[in-house]
Ligand binder design. Sequence first.
Ligand code: SF4
Ligand code: SF4
Length: 196
Amino acid sequence: MAKLISRPNMTAAEAMYVPEIAKGLGITIGRFFKNTFSSRGTEGNEIDTIDYPEERRTYPERFRGIHRLTHRADGSPRCVACLCCSTACPAQCIHIEAAEYPQGDARHGYERFPKVFVIDELRCIFCGFCVEACPCDAIRMDSGLHMPPSTQRAHFIFDKEMLMAIPAADGSFETKNPRHEPGDPTHPGVDREHHH
Ligand code: SF4
Ligand code: SF4
């Protein structure tokens, strides 16, 4: 059953609308002058914006920033080109081409490396699934940086060299998680060619 709502009683001024519109504009203009000519931080100032990029907010510790590819001790990427991240990525914005380490390298036959690793940061939705999916702690979003604005599409395409040149917020390129390199005495010694 429809509910009847009675009309509000309006005064003659309200019924004419014009005085009410003028009253609303008065409030808007008043706030404009108050916020334009008062200094931030002073009493009565209600501006909640900052002068970016001169001023920057401190991001929370777990802020998901631009990706970075972490390094091994020798400066090579920790990534083994397993494609777990690109498979997990709901935006399908990661492109990886795997390659084999050369003969003689302890990693040959055991793990591969990304010959090409590209992230389209414009398509990325910063969900963090790639970081969660990575078994090697090779991709992280702890750079503390957000994507700078740009009008050029190409600026959002981050290749391997670019991703490896981005440090963590603390300036490091590695991670605190230990890694047992093939060839190390601590490594189990299993590889794709010899198995157990
Ligand atoms: S953060 Fe999400 S959308 Fe962005 S690259 Fe990683 S998995 Fe893809
Ligand atoms: S970043 Fe991690 S999940 Fe992605 S391909 Fe490299 S090792 Fe695999």
